[in-house]
Write a protein that binds this ligand. Sequence first.
Ligand code: FAD
Ligand code: EPU
Length: 338
Amino acid sequence: MTKIRTGVSLKPFHTFGTSVSAEMLAEAASAAEAQEIIAYSQTSNLPLTILGGGSNVLFSHDLDGLVLLNRIKGIGEADRDDTTIKVRVGAGENWHQFVEYCIRNNWGGVENLALIPGNVGASPMQNIGAYGVELESVFDSLEALHIPTGEMHSFSKSDCSFGYRESVFKGKFRGQYLITHVTFALQLQPNFNTTYGAIELELESMGVEKSIRSVADAVIRIRQSKLPDPKVLGNAGSFFKNPVVNGLQFLNLVSEFPDIPTYPAGTDQKKLAAGWLIEQCGWKGKRIGACGVHEKQALVLVNYGGATGEEIYALSQHIMDDVADKFGVYLEREVNII
Ligand code: FAD
Ligand code: EPU
């Protein structure tokens, strides 16, 4: 049986840097070990929490029960044809290290997703996205342990119902699966996507040819210029989703706020920039006690040291209330509150 530790501080296992503890904690290095730990939690009636890199969670209290750290490793070729290579990756591999592995092999598709913290297993949970690319564009399939029965199930892309920061694992199957492996379909002849934001400008200022390496480097430079490094300042990336509004609400907002930035989001819908809405409410760079709103990116809440989960949650509620009062738009938290 895998070693189970008791009364463990979770500080090293999440990026917000709050002081919280778990009643019990165990690491699974294989699907079989994960099965064993889950069976133990079930026979002992212990609530189960799954964690990867802890970069998209806010703990609102100490955790009762068992925290399972997914540490299933391994990267291997699953299939290949003239244009595509399929690569099967253990859910406990670090996401950015996997991106670097693809870059070294000249496999295209994940370079725009460079420097996103966390592990491979969580990447399909919220269909991670950045700089014009979402995980679903390189996703082939995944394997997951069905927690109630202990059976292994496979999911194709259509089974996952991917959407903007959404999947079936955050929706109807929330809490029911532990993802053990993800298979990606990567391009052998890269097909660059550099139209989003400042990538082209960054490449120009770097004075380099477009390549998988240089596009990733441009993304890394842009990210480092505005997002706080969790090793220095506790955070979980964007705290809220960018809200999507319908055509009528959009027209009303534009007539009252002509500068409001918007992006297309399907038929008769527009996506708004939550960072802009929050900034307009005067929150950017504001600090309340030990937590606050990042000075370079209003969508990111930060822990200056010593903040509690409750304080960060209360700050997020305050921001949501102000945005609703000023714009009539209801922000949704992107971070998982546990
Ligand atoms: P965790 O935080 O450990 O877990 C997240 C959720 O998934 C939890 O509910 C957990 O229970 C569940 N979970 C984790 N692993 C598994 C598994 N194997 N099986 C089942 N459930 C599981 N996200 C983006 O999309 N785009 C960005 O650009 C981006 N930038 C970020 C920048 C910073 C500085 C930070 C701190 C975060 C950023 N994020 C971004 C958010 C975060 O990096 C991603 O959501 C990442 O995929 C989370 O991975 P994780 O392993 O840390 O997940
Ligand atoms: N903006 C402001 N003020 C701010 C921040 C943003 O006005 O303080 C406005 C600007 O108009 C800016 C626009 O918002 O042009 C977009 O900002 P940015 O490019 O920084 O991206 P974002 O919409 O704030 C999203 C993702 C990020 C992802 C980036 C890049 C969400 C919730 N967030 O942020 O993902 O890295 O785009 O693609 O969709 C995450 O999920 O944790 C995350 C960091």
